[in-house]
Design a protein. Structure first.
Length: 339
């Protein structure tokens, strides 16, 4: 790598010495390793030999060059092109956020705290949506209202566009549910399960993989229950009543959870009513084993004992069939009942 400073430029020119012609690298950092991705400089982002023309890894090649949002073809995302991220319509000109900052002088404050000035900043987290999508919750278009409820993280992971399977699911679910109910379903499942989990996973030998479009469908899909409930609960028919638990899946306890346990995390033991037939057959209650013979005995013992009668050297009963605890009885349980 060679760095050359030009008086006519504000930053240095970085060139790659390993490529023929020493092309200029699209970076502003002088300390750049040309063997790695020129944008992210990841620890494991080594470039193949010979280097590609853009000197980017496969991950950065699919990102927006302006804001690094995931895209399908690596071009500028909808927000950077001035288009609504939900419906792709042109965004209105809202100006610069710095021009909409309002400063209130201390003497003009209405709360009579005249020692400090007050500053109000504009709400910019929904500027990547048009006015119609911002008001989608109260709009007359039900599809737009449900699309606005999808998390931004899922839309960006899908490439900035809504997959066709998601649109089909929305149209199907709107026949039985209102837009407000579908939006509540998405919010409940997102913050209850998927907000802190990866949106993509590769398939392995003991688990199946999924993609961001699968997660978007799972957020909208109906509950897998014959009682047609909402994740274990039936919606109340009147505002003053509470939701009733489903009698088929017993409040969602019998539903399959889309949650994987970590390697160091042990599964919680379920109750006998929640076990399937296969789980009930294979279930073995937790049992303490004898620690005698340097741990080689392994005979099941009942609490609070830690050693079996043989390892504890309990005396034999007069019947010569069983041992007994000398601290609690003088004979075995069978002979004690006869007496």
């Amino acid at each position: 790598m060679s760095v050359r400073f030009d008086a006519n430029r504000e930053r240095a020119i970085v060139r790659c010495d390993q490529c023929p012609g020493q092309p200029t690298l699209p970076t502003h950092r002088e300390e750049t390793d040309p063997r790695r991705c020129v944008r992210c400089q990841g620890e494991r982002r080594w470039l193949p030999q010979p280097h590609p023309e853009d000197h980017l890894c496969q991950v950065c090649r699919r990102e927006c060059p302006t804001c690094q949002a995931p895209t399908r073809d690596g071009q500028r995302c909808r927000t950077c092109r001035g288009m609504c991220r939900t419906c792709s319509t042109p965004l209105p000109d809202r100006g610069s956020p710095a021009d909409q900052v309002v400063h209130v002088a201390p003497q003009r404050r209405k709360d009579h705290r005249h020692r400090w000035a007050l500053t109000f900043f504009p709400r910019t987290w929904d500027w990547d949506q048009c006015d119609a999508c911002q008001d989608a919750g109260t709009a007359g278009d039900p599809v737009r209202a449900v699309l606005a409820a999808l998390p931004d993280k899922v839309i960006r992971a899908c490439g900035g566009a809504v997959p066709p399977t998601v649109m089909d699911t929305i149209h199907t679910e709107l026949r039985n549910r209102t837009p407000r109910q579908l939006a509540a379903r998405v919010e409940r499942r997102w913050w209850g399960s998927w907000a802190g989990r990866p949106l993509q996973r590769e398939a392995e030998a003991n688990q199946e993989g999924y993609r961001p479009d699968d997660v978007a469908v799972w957020l909208l899909a109906p509950t897998v229950c014959a009682g047609r409930c909402e994740d274990g609960w039936h919606l109340a028919d009147q505002p003053g009543r509470d939701d009733a638990p489903c009698t088929v899946c017993r409040g969602g306890r019998l539903l399959a959870k889309r949650r994987e346990l970590d390697d160091a995390e042990e599964p919680e033991p379920g109750s006998a009513a929640n076990r399937t037939t296969a789980e009930a057959v294979a279930y073995r209650p937790p049992m303490r084993e004898c620690t005698g013979q340097d741990g080689a005995c392994g005979v099941p013992v009942a609490a609070p004992h830690t050693r079996c009668p043989a390892c504890a050297d309990w005396p034999w009963c007069a019947c010569h069939r069983r041992r007994y605890d000398p601290h609690k009885a003088t004979a075995c349980s069978a002979c004690s009942t006869r007496q």
